[in-house]
Design a protein around this ligand. Structure first.
Ligand code: SF4
Length: 282
């Protein structure tokens, strides 16, 4: 369908930025980098994402590892039964809050089993010594930077000495050559926030991927501390982001990723103009 209005010159949305400029985060910036129109649907038009099995699994695995880290941080003894109970509780809680349209009971049960397998695979891999020092778990970091909305990040884990860790669930193993490039924005924001909040340079950043292969895998990508140039680049990127949102840039970036985009139907039928929360174009 041919759009009747060029989204990049649509002025009707100017001055109405939805929640896009309430604050800046790595996920907002990454979404905007991926596709301006997807960012518009999610953060300006504020169309909620449909809960999906993959999101459900990711949240529950994340919550279970968070509990594991909190017990370690508190030096509290725990058993695998305790961890499984925490996992099960997270699964049920997530289910109650965000109902996933499961195709069948089997799909639900298989995914729940897969999620627990990922957790146990991660612990079996012993990537982290259980007794090592922890500087923080689920740490909320904020920075005020001139000319920008507040920058916010929530870091999964800070290992002793200042190694920042982010847990990710993924369908396939990350490319060791490109992981730093693909996640560069997130790495830069975390480093910037860490320095801003602690006054010290991070020792390094690690991405711990829990991969949903038939036999679950754990892949760790390690990066040293970010360079000043990389930090400068991410600050420049945030200014571009603000300018782009204020300009009402909704340029689509069609790619093979569109088949998995939760806004595919709205995108295909969009004829420009503001989109209401129900996804209708006007
Ligand atoms: S369907 Fe593709 S082009 Fe459209 S919003 Fe989603 S990612 Fe962007």
């Amino acid at each position: 369908m041919i759009s009747t209005l060029n989204p990049t010159t649509d002025t009707s949305a100017r001055g109405n930025y939805g929640r896009a400029l309430d604050y800046i985060s790595a996920s907002r910036l990454s979404c905007w980098q991926q596709c301006r129109r997807k960012h518009y649907f999610r953060y300006v038009a504020d169309i909620p994402s449909e809960p999906s099995p993959a999101m459900h699994l990711g949240k529950v695995v994340h919550a279970t590892l968070q509990q594991w880290n909190l017990w370690r941080w508190d030096r509290k003894p725990y058993t695998m039964n305790d961890l499984h109970a925490a996992f099960f509780h997270s699964w049920e809680k997530e289910q109650a809050e965000n109902t996933v349209p499961w195709k069948s009971d089997k799909e639900h049960d298989d995914l729940r089993d897969k999620a627990w397998e990922l957790v146990t695979a991660y612990l079996d891999a012993a990537v982290i010594d259980e007794s090592e020092d922890i500087a923080g778990v689920e740490v909320r970091l904020e920075a005020e930077i001139e000319g920008l909305p507040t920058v916010i990040g929530i870091v999964d884990l800070v290992r002793g000495g200042g190694r920042i860790v982010d847990f990710k669930t993924a369908a396939k193993s990350p490319s060791q050559n490109s992981a730093g490039h693909v996640h560069g924005t997130q790495l830069g924001i975390y480093a910037l926030l860490y320095r801003h909040c602690t006054g010290t340079r991070e020792l390094g950043i690690e991405l711990h991927h829990l991969v949903k292969t038939k036999v679950p895998k754990v892949c760790v990508s390690e990066f040293g501390s970010m360079s000043d140039r990389e930090i400068g680049n991410v600050i420049a990127l945030m200014h571009q982001y603000v300018d782009s949102v204020k300009a009402g840039d909704c340029t689509p970036s069609p790619s093979f990723m569109c088949s998995g985009c939760e806004y595919l139907s709205q995108c295909k039928s969009w004829q420009g103009g503001e989109v209401q929360g129900n996804g209708d174009a006007s």
